[in-house]
Design a protein around this ligand. Structure first.
Ligand code: KIV
Ligand code: ZN
Length: 390
């Protein structure tokens, strides 16, 4: 099977940074942008230049330092927005303007008090105007997830005619089911004249916990760009998580989809973003959470100690995590205790292990987690002769 590349469009610095409390200054954004470039993302959405002088400056400075990725600035379908974005992007080697407008009936009626025809006219005007500044213009149909497919196809067709190189189909409210979102992409591929001239892009929010599934469904139906953020941060429940979609494609080669991401940098990038935004990563977060490669139940620990693959589908080294962790709790078994005792210097015989295990359970019932110091104490206090393994 031929592998097809899916472009990774990172919007950590735009959609991600919109989160209350996650604001970054220009210097912090530059550090993250450099890391995203090193990680291998194809596009960095650096900000929304008209929104503030600080954001303008960030987009400008990021444009100066990014070497490989395209640098993108967001705009509304408003002339002034587009002019300001074009100005901010002048320093970028590969600039992209991301412009668009709401297309769902609810957006058309309540946000714009307009008609469908007027929305198409405004979309075309925005794309044509953006095209007068840069070659690479991405058009977004905001709330495409709740937009009627026939109308969405008309908007997309008009945007391509006006010069859009990428069509972003956002599930802005995170409403779609994976099958529904996948079918939307398929419908556009089959019903938009000129679609071969543009790349379809998924931009899914996580309000119902389906952003990752929806993005993958989109890619399986022909989208060749996924918009996502590190740690899945973003408005409300967040955006599609970059590390999740990338690892899904890597762990399922049968899908025939690949990215250029250096997955070994995923964990450290996640930590970097979490620390600079002051936004902790939930411990059970897929791929980069502190528990993603930790095992605490006796049955699982026994399996992992015998062979990691019994309970792990990803080699931790593939995402830059040192090793799987065997965490000692009251649910742990003898195999885990013997394994951890050996790591701290005690090679226990079967009889010794039985004695130490009794003590261990008493301690574990009182504590959430038994650490290396506890192991020393338990072994020493059980007054058995143990053989130092070192
Ligand atoms: O969620 C959304 O619709 C967006 C657009 C502005 C691209 O972030
Ligand atoms: Zn969004």
């Amino acid at each position: 099977m031929n592998n097809e590349k899916v472009q990774i469009f990172d919007t950590t610095l735009r959609d991600g940074e919109q989160v209350p409390g996650c604001k970054l200054d220009t210097a912090q954004k530059i550090v993250i942008a450099r890391r995203l470039d090193e990680l291998g993302v194809d596009v960095i959405e650096a900000g929304f230049p008209i929104s503030s002088p600080g954001d303008f400056k960030s987009v400008q400075e990021i444009g100066k330092v990014v070497e490989n990725a395209r640098v993108c600035g967001l705009t509304r379908a408003v002339k002034k927005d587009i002019e300001v974005a074009a100005e901010a992007l002048k320093s970028a080697r590969y600039p992209r303007i991301h412009t668009g407008i709401g297309t769902s009936d609810s957006h058309i009626k309540y946000k714009f008090n307009a008609t469908r025809e007027e929305i198409i006219e405004r979309a075309v005007a925005a794309v044509s105007y953006a095209k007068s500044f840069v070659e690479d213009v991405e058009f977004y149909a905001e709330d495409a997830g709740r937009t009627d497919n026939e109308f969405l196809a008309r908007v997309c067709e008009a945007a391509i005619k006006a010069g859009a190189t990428v069509l972003n189909i956002p599930d802005t409210t995170g409403y779609c089911l994976p099958e529904e979102y996948g079918n939307k992409i398929k419908y556009l591929r089959e019903n938009v004249r000129g679609i071969e001239k543009a790349i379809l892009s998924c931009h899914c929010h996580n309000d119902l916990g389906m952003a990752t599934a929806n993005s993958i469904a989109g890619a399986l139906n022909g989208a060749r760009q996924i918009e996502c953020t590190i740690n899945g941060i973003g408005e409300r429940a967040g955006n599609t998580s970059l590390e999740e979609v990338v690892m899904i494609m890597k762990q399922h080669p049968d899908l025939g989809l690949i990215t250029d991401i250096n997955t070994k940098l995923l964990y450290s990038t996640s930590q970097m973003v979490s620390e600079s935004m002051g936004m902790p990563v939930q411990p059970n977060k897929a791929i980069v959470g502190s528990n993603a490669f930790a095992h605490s139940s006796g049955i699982h620990q026994d399996g992992v100690i015998k062979n990691r693959e019994t309970y792990e589908i990803i080699d931790p080294a593939a995402v830059g995590v040192n090793a799987s962790a065997i965490v000692l709790t009251a649910r742990s078994g003898r195999a885990a205790l013997a394994y951890r005792a050996k790591l701290v210097g005690y090679e226990l015989t079967k009889l010794q292990l039985d004695a130490v295990y009794e003590q261990f359970l008493h301690v574990a019932d009182k504590k959430k987690e038994v650490n290396d110091d506890d192991i020393h104490q338990i072994v020493e206090q059980s007054k058995i002769r143990v053989q130092a393994s070192a």
